[in-house]
Design a protein around this ligand. Structure first.
Ligand code: ZN
Length: 548
């Protein structure tokens, strides 16, 4: 009998990039079953259009996943890294699918704090199957592969190539499907927490690396020296309107060819034409606008300060924030505030949404709640608009304020012609025009008891299809001007002109001047005659016209 010795087949080594490519495709497709189920359940994307979008989305995820792996694609490190990502994806998919959880940093903290007993309670056959198919199966293949790396130079080069290619692929695809992608992420923010394994990677980084870059520690007091330099009778009343998603070039006051400001055009307003925002989203812009620091110093800050509203309050004024949106982003935490967005007043609210004009009905009662001694010195009211919040622009305007037709009535902007999107958006500007003119009309009725003024400024702009971009929120450096160019409109009663020592005629000559959100806090302090070390006259938009 001959004994045969059979050599095991010699394995051809696999290139590291191939392993990364296969693993990221596996995770982007099967490791994201919960994401694909969630997408299928959304009305936004359907039919072949939806299928193409899903394919592009999967490739975008694969691209970034590949880049993440490329950072750790070293001998002894690649296999454990890929295995860990596969396991994270599999476990996440199971819990997302069964319990509808999402993965963010607080979820990671929960998992890390789970004790053995709780973990045992959660074990099930389905979990085992899921992990077996989604992670252990590809891991079994992975660990049997011999991976070829080459020398150190070659490894570095090939890792960098994979890293850059992955990101480039994702960037290119994002550009192609930006309209759907931005619309989807804005309407369904929770989707980003369903993206495996990037959600886990991001959450882990957020818990470990990222916090060190953020301003931390207790809130620093600001302007405790503030006092009212010149008292006035009747006391000043400034209404500061914080606009939403209004872009400067769609205001006819600023030269837009469509009549979007028919009512403000009849008022003695000053509309500044060259004003830039601090950020391209509400969350970025609003805290920056109310900071005394200005954009650059605000972004580089090491600690958080109180804001200009606190300074006004320290000076002795009554300050109140009325919000018709999702909230004040922490800016009204220490002043009286109220939210009107869920009021149910038939005259202003329908289908769960209140028009911005609902805030006008609230001003008097909110002012009445302020302490009498503060009201006697003067008051500042902030009105935070719903404004032109997208993508469902058509929901922001009542039927009587839709002069531009036909308008897009689909939350998924990609289903409408660009012209219809612009129509729906312009209608929101027409409604803001009405809202501001009603506010001015009300301020005029208050002139017996108050010296009145209004300042309106938007938090950021909006892309309306220029270069196929929609909505806002692109990183500031790459965001187009449409997302950063915002309206700033002032209205001063004759009494307020005298109080501030400026004339509207002089302000009109300044309306081409380059201004930004950096000027807001100081302009408000100047208007209210607050003396404090915080105030910088060079950032007061009205200072050039002030008589000294
Ligand atoms: Zn906003």
């Amino acid at each position: 009998m001959r004994i045969m010795f059979i050599d095991p087949p010699v394995k051809t080594p696999r290139s590291a990039w191939l392993v990364m490519l296969l693993a990221s495709l596996w995770m982007a497709s099967l490791g994201n079953l919960a994401l694909w189920r969630a997408l299928t359940n959304l009305p936004d994307l359907s039919g072949m259009h939806g299928v193409w979008f899903a394919i592009a989305f999967a490739l975008m995820i694969a691209g970034v996943t590949c880049s993440v792996m490329a950072v750790l694609a070293w001998p002894w490190l690649l296999k454990p890294t890929v295995s860990l990502l596969l396991l994270l994806s599999a476990f996440s998919t199971y819990y997302m699918w069964m319990y509808g959880i999402v993965v963010d940093s607080s979820m990671v903290i929960n998992v890390l704090q789970t004790d053995a007993r709780e973990a045992r309670d959660q074990l099930s056959w389905q979990l085992l199957y899921t992990v077996l198919v989604l992670a252990l199966l590809p891991m079994a293949w992975l660990w049997r592969q011999k991976i070829f790396y080459g020398d150190i130079k070659r490894t570095i080069f090939s890792n960098m190539l994979v890293f850059v290619s992955g990101l480039a692929l994702t960037a290119g695809l994002t550009f192609l499907v930006f309209q759907d992608f931005a619309s989807l992420m804005r309407n369904h923010t929770q989707l980003r927490f369903l993206i495996n394994p990037l959600n886990s990677v991001y959450a882990l980084l957020d818990l470990t690396v990222i916090p060190s870059n953020k301003a931390s520690g207790p809130l620093k007091p600001l302007g405790r020296d503030a006092r009212i330099e010149r008292t006035h009778s009747p006391p000043p009343l400034l209404v500061l309107v914080l606009g939403e998603t209004a872009r400067s070039d769609h205001f006819s006051l600023n030269g837009y060819e469509r009549p979007t400001n028919p009512l403000l055009a009849k008022e003695n307003v000053v509309s500044y034409k060259n004003v830039m925002s601090c950020g391209t989203s509400t969350a970025e812009s609003v805290p920056c606008m109310f900071s005394h620091l200005g954009r650059e110093a605000y972004l580089a800050r090491k600690e958080n300060h109180e804001n200009v509203l606190d300074v006004l309050q320290h000076a002795g004024y009554g300050v109140v924030w009325i919000d018709n949106q999702s909230g004040c982003k922490g800016q009204c935490d220490r002043i009286p505030n109220t939210n009107t967005s869920s009021l149910n007043i038939a005259a202003y609210c329908e289908q769960g949404e209140c028009r911005d004009t609902v805030m006008l009905s609230e001003i008097e009662s909110q002012l009445a709640k302020l302490p009498a001694e503060r009201r006697a010195r003067g008051t500042v009211v902030v009105l935070h608009q719903m404004g032109s919040h997208g993508p469902a622009y058509f929901k922001r305007t009542p039927a009587a304020f839709k002069p531009f037709q036909p308008e897009c009535t689909d939350s998924s902007l990609s289903r409408c012609d660009r012209a219809q999107v612009v129509n729906a958006y312009d209608n929101t500007i027409v409604f803001t025009d009405y809202f501001l003119s009603r506010l001015i009309a009300w301020l005029k009725t208050q002139e017996k008891n108050s010296t009145t003024a209004m300042l309106y400024i938007s938090d950021h702009g909006e892309s309306l299809g220029e270069n196929n971009l929609y909505l806002h929120g692109l990183p500031y450096r790459v965001a187009p001007k449409e997302q950063k160019h915002v309206p700033l409109i002032s209205w001063l009663s004759p009494g307020f002109e005298r109080y501030r020592g400026v004339t509207v005629a002089c302000l009109q000559k300044e309306r081409e001047r380059a201004l930004s959100h950096d000027h807001l806090s100081h302009t408000v302090l100047g208007l209210m005659s607050v003396r404090t070390e915080v105030y910088q006259a060079e950032r007061d938009a009205f200072d050039n016209c002030a008589q000294r």
